[in-house]
Design a protein. Structure first.
Length: 96
């Protein structure tokens, strides 16, 4: 789904007392975050992202919160369809 690219927008996921924020960054920025976050995001095919965990940060809670955050992520095509715009307009605004 992600094909070695980054996220389109910032997403947030929660599990128990753990909150994970996955921030969208410019292409070529790389991965920033904990080892657990880097491992999961790399396996998902995301190459440009920043991850920050707040609250209880055991591995199980972080991974579950990351999956919940990624489930809420929308692609650029989905966002364009919801807003009634073309993808080219959104890519130009984002700077791709």
């Amino acid at each position: 789904r992600f094909k070695n690219a980054g996220l389109v927008h910032t997403v947030e996921g929660r599990h128990n007392n753990c909150k994970v924020v996955l921030r969208a960054v410019p292409p070529g920025y790389g991965m920033k975050g904990s080892r657990t976050a880097k491992a999961v995001l790399t396996q998902m095919g995301i190459s440009d992202c920043t991850a920050k965990a707040h609250g209880r940060r055991n591995a199980f809670s972080v991974v579950r919160a990351m999956f919940k955050a990624l489930a809420r992520h929308q692609s650029l095509a989905q966002i364009a369809r919801l807003r009634g715009r073309r993808i080219v307009e959104l890519e130009w605004r984002r700077g791709i």
